[in-house]
Design a protein. Structure first.
Length: 382
């Protein structure tokens, strides 16, 4: 039952409403399959990666605020030195071009000493905020203008502004953030209200120090709270991103066909298949009791253990190069290779690897195994 059907079963009057209630749900009906790695990689190449702007912003804010707090003494020293120098020498400075140039250079150097560390911390924080959200992607596709796409989706996008999952999440997140910040502010004021009233009785340095500590604790607490909200927002953005990439079964089939048509992909698939088959043959063929051949085109390896098998089992089979590999492994491990064209062809076509042979082949296979066991009992080597 879809979201629309469920809501209409509870509230039939909603049938008169014209907006699409399905926008509350998956927003893309039928997209139930997880996105493939190819689609994720393609989306990344187009600049589509899950990001939370709030996470980067709060990381930059917190690191810059803490850096400024740590450098507060140094910055205060610079500012005090600047004011003292110019207040003491303002009457003696001559307004010549050389003096003004030196004054400007001196001012720029002092300002750089104040601002450059802050800018450096902000840049590092921005890099960290983006790196932990999937790194950096450079593409021009995100800034290309596509009027047809905008015009074609204008109705859908307008509806999603009010009735999408993301809109509802952002609304709830904003309300919770507002309540959280006000709660922190209220608790801080209630906890320190008596001390705040006593600042008027303290000396100026003591009052400034108390207010600085109070402000640092308050802003840090609020910042950490907002950081938690930003992490939740990033988790939601990742979930929403995966939901937007979900595919229909038909899309997965079409993508697989498209990738199969790529010569490089086909070559890689064949190479992986050959490697897997080779490793599997090297592991299974040495366990066989006998290999039945066509004799050159087909080879089927059989194993039978009456202690736990109801009938002989096909443990490996193949044709062409694979058949040659099976026969080579059989000779290498002293496993009997017996030619029986109709039996080998029938077993190859009718029995998959890991399956027991059908009853109609019991008699023919039993005769072959009897010959093999008798030969082994006499010490005959194939």
């Amino acid at each position: 039952m879809t979201t629309r059907e469920w809501l209409l079963s509870l509230y039939p009057e909603l049938a008169e409403i014209t907006f699409d209630l399905q926008l509350f749900a998956a927003e893309d009906e039928g997209r139930t399959e997880e996105p493939t790695e190819y689609k994720k990689r393609k989306a990344r190449e187009e600049g589509q990666i899950p990001r939370s702007q709030e996470l980067t912003a709060i990381i930059v804010f917190l690191l810059v605020f803490w850096a400024v707090s740590l450098m507060a003494g140094y910055l205060w020293y610079l500012m005090r030195s600047i004011f003292r120098f110019y207040l003491e020498n303002i009457l003696t400075l001559s307004a010549t071009s050389n003096n003004l140039s030196a004054l400007y250079v001196n001012m720029l150097w002092v300002v750089a000493q104040v601002l450059l560390p802050v800018f450096f911390v902000a840049v590092v924080a921005a890099v960290i905020g983006n790196a932990i959200q999937g790194g950096f992607v450079f593409t021009t596709k995100r800034i290309q203008f596509n009027f047809a796409k905008i015009w074609g989706n204008i109705g859908k996008n307008f509806a999603r502004m009010f009735w999408s999952t993301e809109t509802l999440f952002n609304l709830a997140k904003s309300l919770v953030k507002l309540v959280g910040v006000f709660a922190v502010a209220f608790l801080f004021l209630m906890n320190r209200f008596g001390e705040l009233l006593l600042t008027s009785r303290r000396s100026l340095p003591e009052s400034v120090e108390f207010l600085a500590v109070f402000l640092f604790q308050f802003v840090s607490t609020v910042g950490i709270l907002l950081l938690i909200f930003a992490l939740v927002d990033y988790a939601f953005q990742r979930w929403n991103f995966i939901q937007s990439l979900k595919m229909t079964k038909q899309e997965i089939k079409e993508e697989f066909k498209e990738m199969e048509g790529n010569p490089e992909i086909k070559a890689k698939i064949r190479e992986m298949q050959r490697r897997f088959i080779s490793q599997n043959l090297a592991r299974e063929v040495p366990k066989a009791d006998v290999v039945i051949t066509n004799p050159t085109h087909i080879a089927v390896a059989l194993k039978y253990d009456p202690h736990y098998m109801n009938a002989p089992v096909v443990i490996a089979k193949g044709e062409g190069p694979i058949a040659e590999r099976i026969k080579a492994l059989a000779k290498e491990h002293d496993i009997y290779v017996i030619e029986n064209k109709p039996l080998a062809r029938s077993l190859y076509q009718m029995v998959d690897v890991g399956e027991e042979i059908p009853p109609e082949f019991f008699e023919a296979v039993a005769r072959i195994l009897s010959i093999v066991y008798q030969a082994k009992g006499k010490g005959v080597v194939a």
